[in-house]
Write a protein that binds this ligand. Sequence first.
Ligand code: HEM
Length: 548
Amino acid sequence: MSSLTLLISSLSFWDVLILFGTFIILYITRFYYSYFTRETPFPGPLPLPLIGNIIQLNLSGDLHNWALENQAKYGDIWEVYIGSDRQLWLARADLVENILTASKDNKYFIRNPPSSGLDIMGMSSNGLIFNRNRERWHFYRKMFAQTLSTIKFSRQATEWVQQAFANMEGYFMELGFDKKVFNFADWMPRFTADMTFRIAMDKHACTMASLYNTHAPSKPAPYPQEVVNEANEFITAFKKFTSTISYFLLTPEIIRTKTPTGRSQTKEHLDNLNWLHKSLIKIIQQRRKEIEKINDNSQLKSDFLTLMITVNTPKDMTQKRGDGTIEEPLTDEDIRASIMEMLLGGIDTLIVNRELNKQTSNLTCFIVYLVITHPEVKARLQQELDTVLGTDLSRPIKYEDLNKLVYTDAVIKETGRLMPATSINLRVAEEDDVIGGYPIKKGQQIIISSLGVQHNSKHWANPKEFNPDRFLEPNNHNIDRYSLEIFGGGMRLCPGRQLAMTEMKTIAALIFRKFDPELATPDTVPKIKYESMNQCYELMLRFKPRKA
Ligand code: HEM
């Protein structure tokens, strides 16, 4: 027997207890010694060893309340600990300037610390959202900009939003939602999923049709069952993929690789991911063949997939404005990664496990609620719609009309300010820096509280008031830079913002031009789950047609 084994076997129960207690006391002493002597301390709640401030977060109820409470208590810059990781929270425009500046010297390109899980998924060096490789990220970013800024694409998107809305409107009327109360928040994620699949790939996701069919209507949805089934299979795999991101981001490597449950879950996630990749590659290859057969370029659709396939070929429809660094057509793999990003784009990647959940869909619920509860805003909005679009409700909305919808634009921005779809934005300091006079160490995780900035009375008079006039001339000249972060900012600014605004303006116009949605009862409020994204899961309405 070794001397160590002899020593251990000679210990009594009390010896072990005393040793264990001493270890705990030493650990706690060391933890608080490091905490109280840390470099550049910021105000913030006192963390507990190992778990940090998780208890305070849970006591606050959700991330949204916690951020506002901390801001009220500690000011516009504070720190919290999640486990033993220190996060610095910022909630004032001048504090986020270095992070959201478009300057090439921006030291905050990276969103999250290195993650072996994202490496396995291939997302650390492919696509946009989690890409940490500047060169690869720049490649995808350029392709996104080139395709999404194509005018034909914007026109096509405006048309497809209207087609998706016409489907939804048909279902609503068929189900009697003009008189019957229903949950609008059940429909919006499906509406945006259908719309996004069409805009991304000219494919039908049929998620509204599936929901409509569950109401056992007398007239079933107008899609063959095999189309609905095929779409359902893809949507289910895509939902699983979004939970795969959470799984690989949040589950420690040791659990993923060394425990039987972890290993089987990892396999399940990776099998699904492979299936999704293969399905997308099949779609891309099929579309390539279809495109090859088309000789007349004007017959080409301008969905994102077609634009990506034809980039840098004689059929290229994009507005080339690049730096000439990418001259070759894109590979199937590059297109596959871009389509996944496009589908993921508006979707919150951390909480989607439950439902497909698009930011566009949540913001639309918030717009509808705020407009209904502010009759003077609704009157001005409808007046603008009548003036710009005319009173002939069958006249399609053209992309060019959208630029004239100035008040509608202001309503959307004010909704995004007051009830943002995403309350936080993440970055990591790549180099030492100084923020608000405080030194920031390389590697520091920064959380921008978009909600905190957008509700900060230093930037916004009466910040809790819904007032779209803030975004109209001449008031909009007084808006502080970086004080509105609906689409983030800096190098990582949302590349889909123009598309998102096109979609949202069209949807708002379609709803309020023809309908006067009514709350189920005067005190109905939207039910919202506040996480990294604010998810509206209940908004009970009647969809009453507007009186002439
Ligand atoms: C109302 C709808 C939307 C909102 C509120 C929104 C908001 C945001 C925000 C806050 C970010 C983070 C920006 C930053 O880190 O500074 C972001 C990133 C991103 N969004 Fe959107 N977004 C919306 C719609 C879309 C759409 C429709 C697409 C697809 C074309 C899209 C694609 C992306 C992508 C790919 C990124 C990652 C960009 C990068 O890391 O380089 N978003 N979005």
